[in-house]
Write a protein that binds this ligand. Structure first.
Ligand code: 5GP
Length: 281
C-alpha cells in the first residue's frame, strides 16, 4: 500500500496501483478537501486521518478507514479508535502507529482490525535522531504480527523498505500489508515536479509539509526531512519490479501464496564477523 503522504498518496498513484490490486492511502489533505478527488467506489483505497477526522472518516462511504498518528501510545488515541469503531461498525479499521506487542493487543481490543506498525523506520523520518525514540522495524513487525494474529487481527509494516527484498522481509516477518513511501517517490504519478532529473519527497512532519499545511504558521519542531530522489518515470515499471521480486521470493521458499511466506521463511542472525567479511550479503 502507498503511504498517506502528500507526494505519493495521490489520485494518479491510485489509478495505477488499483490496476494491480494494490491499496492507496490518500494524503490527508484529500480527506479534508471538500472536492472529492478519489473514486471512493474503488475498493483499493484506505482513508487514514487523525483523531480530529473521526466524523469525516465515518461520513465517507468507504469501508476501509483508520486513524494514523505518530504516537499510538496514548489513552486519547485508544479512546479515539473505540469511537471510530462505534461509528463505523462494519468498516475495516486501521490504527497506528505502534511498535510493540502490548500496544498492538490494546488497539485490536479497542476495535482495530489492522494495526499500523513502525516507529522511526521511514526514509524521511528523523524521529530517531530528534528524539532518540524508535524500534528496529523487523523486530517490531515480528513482535506485533504475533500479537495481532493471536487476536485475529492484522498488521501493516509501515516504513523502512528501500527495495523489494525489504518488502519480502516484512511479509516474511508476519506483516499482512506493507506500506511504502520512498519506493514510490520520483515517479510521474507523484505530487512533485522534476528539476534537474530529481524530484523531492518529504516527510509529513517535515518543514516542507508544515509550510504547505500549517496555515497559522506557528513554530513546530520537525521530525521529518525532505530528500531529492532520482526521477524514475512512470510508477508502473517500479510496481512490476516489486511484484516480480515478491513472486520470485515466494518461489525460492516454496510459498504458494503471500500469506504462506512467513511460514516458509526463517531469519538467520548475522554476526559482526560475517558482516565484516561479506558486508550485508
Ligand atoms: P518509507 O517508505 O519512505 O521508508 O516510509 C514511509 C513512512 O514514513 C510513512 O508511511 C510514515 O509512517 C512515515 N513518515 C512519513 N513522514 C514522516 C515524517 O515526517 N516523520 C516521521 N517520523 N515519519 C514519517
Amino acid at each position: 500500500m502507498s503511504a498517506n503522504m502528500d507526494v505519493v498518496g495521490t489520485p494518479a498513484m491510485h489509478e495505477v496501483l488499483s490496476r494491480y490490486r494494490l491499496i492507496t492511502c490518500p494524503a490527508r489533505h484529500y480527506l479534508r478537501s471538500d472536492t472529492p478527488k478519489f473514486n471512493n467506489e474503488n475498493c483499493n483505497i484506505c482513508w487514514l486521518g487523525g483523531i480530529e477526522d473521526i466524523s469525516k472518516l465515518s461520513e465517507l462511504s468507504s469501508d476501509f478507514v483508520g486513524l494514523d498518528v505518530a504516537n499510538g501510545y496514548t489513552i486519547k488515541f485508544v479512546d479515539a479508535v473505540k469511537r471510530l469503531r462505534e461509528k463505523c461498525p462494519n468498516a475495516t479499521v486501521v490504527a497506528g502507529n505502534v511498535a510493540t506487542a502490548d500496544m498492538t493487543q490494546e488497539l485490536v481490543l479497542a476495535g482495530a482490525d489492522i494495526v499500523k506498525v513502525g516507529l522511526g523506520p521511514g526514509s524521511v523520518c528523523t524521529t530517531r535522531i530528534k528524539t532518540g525514540i524508535g524500534y528496529p522495524q523487523l523486530s517490531a513487525v515480528i513482535e506485533c504480527a504475533d500479537a495481532a494474529h493471536g487476536l485475529s487481527g492484522h498488521i501493516i509494516a509501515d516504513g523502512g523498505c528501500a527495495n523489494s527484498g525489504d518488502i519480502v522481509k516484512a511479509f516474511a516477518g508476519g506483516a499482512d500489508f506493507v506500506m511504502i513511501g520512498g519506493m514510490l517517490a520520483g515517479h510521474d504519478e507523484c505530487d512533485s515536479s522534476v528539476e534537474n532529473g530529481k524530484m523531492s519527497y518529504y516527510g509529513m512532519a517535515s518543514k516542507s509539509a508544515m509550510e504547505k499545511h500549517n496555515h497559522n504558521n506557528e513554530y513546530r519542531g520537525a521530525e521529518g526531512k525532505t530528500v531529492e530522489v532520482e526521477y524514475r518515470g512512470p510508477v508502473e515499471d517500479t510496481i512490476k519490479d516489486i511484484l516480480s521480486g515478491v513472486r520470485s521470493a515466494c518461489t525460492y521458499v516454496g510459498a504458494d501464496k503471500l500469506k504462506a511466506l512467513s511460514k516458509c521463511t526463517t531469519f538467520v542472525r548475522v554476526n559482526r564477523t560475517h558482516n565484516t567479511i561479506y558486508g550485508d550479503r
